[in-house]
Ligand binder design. Structure first.
Ligand code: PLP
Length: 457
């Protein structure tokens, strides 16, 4: 007899993954290697170790080991908030009147409010193990900085966060959460780094960007041998850590013999989506199962849908390794969409390559339709979603409505990456009817693409 599927599929502590899944190891054609920005040659583990913790540099380059053990200390921390539930959106299905079956993996059940804690705790662990004193990082919307602050305080590490100035001013409470966990928070661009001073001189009054904050954080770390730089998205090591999302989702679905048809996730730098799809993509690559996989990005920052697959700098200061990725150009300045976590000009190399091979698709959606989906979801499912996560909700609802038309009962799984309590300013704008959409013109896009370096792939 078929088991009744509960509203929430919880896993036991024992079912928490013991190994991360390294998706690259399963790819026939691997993502292109990161290049050293000085030599333009594939970057070595040794060179990367000057910026990143040694073990994380190793993980970054490793595209052959299929599974990597999750250290006990990290698993113990995971146990405080994982396994995360997979929720059947019965109430949303009913409200939509769709025959589709909708599930979402909820990653907002921790104080940082997003999936970013999954990688923050891993990165802090390796920094501590290496005997470092502290780490530096950047944060845009603030979720990553918060997650890292929590992870660093757990392991007794110092944490210096460069926060994009507009977020620093717009989200004072995020800043206070970080400080409560012991982090020091600097608005970026700042006078504390050479790159910050240069940017301030060139663009006085700028409210900053993620690319600029990255450069500042890298510079700050490089000045202190007891510090390293850490990053919350885009990198392969982050996708690796985020594979816990997909592994748990797969275990939960398998438990009830549910086969997903469509898997949807929002994509900023690509880490939650890369983690969510990892075990499913492995099956797809091996020809064992087929899934429709959809990356959702904001129309204002359409990296996959309108960008180019090329080598590009990951940061404004051009100090980070160069990556072959879908990109709008390191000089692309997205309009001030509220989904701060999706405002990055590039996309992780792994998803870029999978997308280029046609193994997944991408869709871009406008801000107001994202918030209307967020509202519709919140009113029936209860959870107040982050604007970033709501991009996935939008497309999940769209797909469910297609099912209503065709009468197909497809199974849709999407990643609900976090909660939106610190985004009430954006919600207010939406509620007041003052939110606007901005779609970059061809000219805007071309201007960004002109900033691509001339490096042959
Ligand atoms: C950072 C963030 C994202 C986007 O980052 P990815 O690396 O693409 O996953 C999405 N949702 C939330 C809630 C975030 O904090």
């Amino acid at each position: 007899m078929k088991k009744q599927i509960p509203y929430k599929i919880y896993l036991s502590e024992k079912e928490l993954p013991k190994k991360w899944l390294n998706l690259r190891a399963f790819m026939d054609k691997k993502p292109a290697p990161l290049l050293n920005p000085e030599t333009l040659k594939p970057i070595t583990e040794e060179e990367l170790s000057k910026v990143f913790c040694t073990e994380l540099a190793r993980q970054e380059i490793d595209d052959t080991t299929p599974y990597i053990d999750i250290p006990e200390e990290i698993r113990n921390f995971y146990k405080m908030y994982r396994p995360a539930p997979l929720i059947r959106a019965y109430c949303l299905e009913k409200a939509l009147g769709t025959p589709a079956k909708i599930y979402y993996k909820f990653e907002g059940n921790n104080t940082s409010g997003s999936h970013k804690l999954n990688s923050a705790i891993a990165q802090a662990y390796y920094a501590k193990k290496q005997g470092l004193k502290g780490v530096t990082t950047e944060t845009g919307a603030g979720q990553w900085g918060t997650a890292l602050s929590m992870a660093c305080s757990y392991f007794g590490l110092e944490c210096n966060v460069y926060m994009v100035k507009c977020s620093y001013e717009q989200k004072p409470f995020r800043r206070e959460v970080m400080r409560t966990y012991g982090a020091s928070v600097t608005p970026s661009p700042s006078e504390t780094t050479a790159v910050g001073r240069k940017i301030l001189e060139e663009f006085p009054g700028t409210t900053g960007s993620l690319g600029c904050a990255i450069s500042e954080a890298v510079e700050a770390a490089s000045k202190n041998p007891e510090y390293r730089y850490v990053l919350g998205s885009v990198l392969n090591q982050v996708l690796l850590h985020q594979s816990v999302i997909g592994l748990e989702t797969k275990t939960a679905l398998d438990k009830y013999k549910i086969k997903a048809d469509i898997i949807i996730g929002c994509a900023g730098g690509g880490s939650n989506l890369g983690g969510l799809i990892a075990p499913f993509m492995v099956e797809k690559i091996k020809g064992k199962a087929d899934y429709q996989i959809i990356a959702v990005e904001p129309a204002s920052c359409p990296t996959l849908t309108r960008g180019k697959y090329a080598y590009d700098y990951c940061d404004t200061g051009k100090v980070c390794p160069i990556a072959k990725m879908y990109t709008l150009g390191n000089g692309y300045i997205p309009s001030s969409t509220h989904a701060g976590g999706l405002r990055y000009h590039g996309m992780t190399t792994t998803l870029s390559e999978l997308y280029d091979q046609g193994l997944m698709e991408a869709r871009s959606v406008e801000q107001t339709e994202v918030f209307s989906a967020a509202e519709q979801f919140a009113r029936v499912e209860g959870i107040l979603p982050a604007p970033e996560s709501s991009h996935a909700i939008r497309v999940a609802i769209d797909e469910a409505m297609k099912c209503k038309e065709t009468g197909e009962a497809k199974t849709i799984v999407f990643g609900l990456t976090g909660t939106g309590y610190f985004d009430m300013y954006a919600y207010k704008k939406f509620n007041d009817g003052e939110m606007s959409d901005y779609i970059p013109t061809e000219e805007d896009i071309n201007k960004g693409l002109k900033s691509l370096p001339d490096i042959k792939a």
